[in-house]
Design a protein around this ligand. Structure first.
Ligand code: PLP
Length: 452
């Protein structure tokens, strides 16, 4: 579309195309499908950006947005409050583990992570620990696009041309079992990750580290499911060293792993803060937030600085329309969609796993209704690099022709469809993906760049 090429700046553009690029124009959506401007119906493989959890064109959600906007479209959260946000906070707290009882609403995931980090800084200032501010993050992480949240990002290429608050962040290894050192068992790999964490805390000093931020499953890093029991061990080190554990559930929350929150139900951890966004409204409205431990707030309330200000808030914090749609979305999730997601998960994972028969595919991994097809130049070295930049894009282009939108990530394709997907639709998705990968293999062979 010419107007887009002339006037619209897309997210994540390259310098060579910034402000001069068009992308597939999507006109409508229904259920797990979207339709592009040529009238082609596609399975929405990534559910938007891991967010359209209850599916497209839910009339109940549209109606509640209309009704809330007609009743109260906005109120200032600085001096007033609205009912929907209080009710939603209560519902979310009811799903959160332990004493995570208090919710601060933001406009999305980046602002949720940013809020958690600024909270940690405030918390330690008020407690008289102004030195305790460093943040631990990991390779493969994605936590957002605001300055501080983006500084935590650890995926290849994210930081090549972008600045960050590097003096505030310490990067640890990605807990990626597939690319663990050759010859090492997964149990030994988990031990090495825990040892690295412990040594870092010892070397830097716990008195200087304020928080660890981690996704339970690294999503945009390629659906990295960590080794068993690794997260509880990291949780314990954090607790022992007064380091806040921030569990970034922007992707894993609100049903992707079959639960409203996965930290405790899927991984057995009780974090200090959980950040969420995306699935909280199934993408119908930009909303996110953090759930905070009551204990931390109680400490602040009892501190020697009762007038110290957490000078942090957004114009759209606690937005009534966003909170109203989130409440209805939660009704849908609790009313059967979470149970459906749990029921189809084994089928989804097993069907996708069959793609490992294709020689271009190094591994298919995943958990819940999120999975990643990881393509490799050769299975021995697991090297993604020779092919890297366009394998995912090539598969995506073929799949688009065949009726599936894929989320290409360098050499990987990520699948995280709406949670309402049926077994038949899973079959369609996997057979299109199989054909798209086969066509890509043929193409690479013909070009002589791959000999699988
Ligand atoms: N955290 C995680 C784990 C994410 O995957 C994302 C976005 O993909 C974010 C934070 C940032 O969220 P947003 O794009 O809503 O700002």
């Amino acid at each position: 579309m010419e107007l887009a090429r002339r006037h619209l700046v897309q997210p994540w553009p390259t310098a060579g195309e910034i402000g001069a690029e068009t992308r597939s124009l999507i006109g409508e959506g229904e259920g797990i499908y979207i339709t592009d401007s040529d009238g082609k119906r596609l399975i929405d493989g990534p559910a938007g950006m891991w967010c359209v959890n209850v599916g497209h064109r839910r009339e109940e959600l549209a109606r509640v947005m209309y009704e809330q906007a007609m009743q109260l479209s906005y109120n200032t959260p600085w001096y007033t409050m609205n009912e929907a946000s209080a009710v939603l906070a209560g519902r979310i707290a009811g799903h959160a583990p332990g004493d995570l009882n208090q919710v601060f609403f933001t406009t999305g995931g980046s602002s949720a992570v940013e809020s958690a980090l600024r909270f940690m800084q405030f918390y330690n200032n008020v407690r008289g620990r102004p030195e305790k501010k460093l943040i631990l993050s990991r390779g493969g992480a994605y936590h957002g696009s605001t300055y501080l949240s983006a500084s935590l990002n650890g995926r290849p290429r994210d930081r090549d041309w972008m600045d960050g608050a590097d003096d505030l962040v310490i990067k640890l290894s990605s807990p990626d079992p597939f690319r663990r050192p050759a010859g090492m068992s997964i149990a030994a790999f988990a031990d090495s990750l825990v040892a690295e964490f412990e040594e870092t805390v010892k070397r830097v000093g716990a008195e200087k580290i304020g928080a660890f931020v981690g996704e339970p499953v690294q999503a945009s890093g390629g659906v990295i499911v960590p080794p068993e029991n690794y997260l509880p061990r990291i949780r314990k080190i954090c607790r022992d060293n007064d380091i806040l554990y921030v569990s970034d559930e922007v992707v894993t929350g609100f049903g992707r792993l079959g639960h409203v929150f996965a930290s405790e139900e899927a991984f057995g951890i009780e974090p200090d803060i959980i950040t969420f966004a995306k699935g909280v409204t199934s993408g119908y409205f930009p909303l996110g937030g953090m759930v905070v431990s009551e204990r931390l707030l109680e400490e602040l309330r009892r501190s020697n600085h009762p007038t110290a200000m957490y000078a942090h808030g957004l114009t759209y914090s606690s937005h009534p329309v966003g909170c109203a749609v989130a409440l209805k979305n939660l009704d849908l999730l609790e009313g059967g969609i979470l149970a459906h997601a749990r029921a189809v998960t084994p089928y989804f994972q097993a069907r996708l796993k069959t793609l490992e028969e294709l020689p271009l595919v190094g591994e298919v991994r995943g958990l819940g209704l999120m999975a990643c097809v990881d393509c490799v130049a050769d299975r021995e070295s697991r090297n993604p690099l020779e092919l890297d930049r366009n394998v995912g894009m090539r598969i995506d282009a073929h799949c688009h022709e065949l009726g599936l939108l894929v989320r290409p990530l360098i050499n990987m394709c990520v699948m995280s469809p709406p949670l309402t997907i049926t077994k038949e639709q899973i079959d369609d998705m996997v057979s299109i993906l199989r054909e798209g990968i086969s066509r890509t293999m043929d193409e690479l062979r013909k070009e002589g760049v791959w000999r699988g």
